[in-house]
Ligand binder design. Structure first.
Ligand code: HEM
Length: 108
């Protein structure tokens, strides 16, 4: 589906939820070192690391489904326009280089 102005509320919510989860998953592992091995806190952090990490995996699939159902807004400027612009710039650069190569510097 296209023609909509923005992402669906579900997609936006899932996007930010994912960010929070990724930060939490990372921090849980990063900060586990503050607690001694075998301590309850350290084990709990590892447990939540696994659980939240797995929920990221589940969310990925929900996000793909939400995208398929809710659609996405068009990219502006459209990639085709940007590509055409980049292509023209590349052609100009190449033409410029070719001109340089054709110059016979031995005559200068
Ligand atoms: C978004 C997902 C995840 C991220 C970004 C992530 C990231 C990390 C990081 C940064 C570490 C620490 C590595 C180190 O200190 O050398 C780690 C360790 C670990 N992660 Fe994950 N992880 C994710 C998901 C998971 C899941 C789903 C599981 C298992 C169900 C898992 C199991 C482990 C284990 C077993 C360790 C080593 C623990 C230890 O050394 O005590 N991770 N992860």
């Amino acid at each position: 589906m296209s023609g909509q102005a923005r992402y669906s509320n579900l997609s936006i919510t899932l996007h930010w939820l994912m960010l929070v989860l990724l930060v939490a998953v990372y921090c849980l592992m990063e900060f586990r070192g503050y607690f001694p091995r075998g301590s309850e806190e350290r084990d709990a952090m590892k447990h939540w690391h696994y659980m939240l990490g797995l929920s990221v995996f589940v969310l990925v699939w929900i996000r793909i489904a939400a995208r398929a159902i809710g659609g996405v807004p068009p990219i502006t400027p459209s990639p085709s326009a940007s590509c055409a612009h980049a292509g023209a710039a590349a052609r100009r650069a190449r033409a410029h280089t070719d001109t340089d190569r054709r110059t016979d510097y031995s005559r200068h």
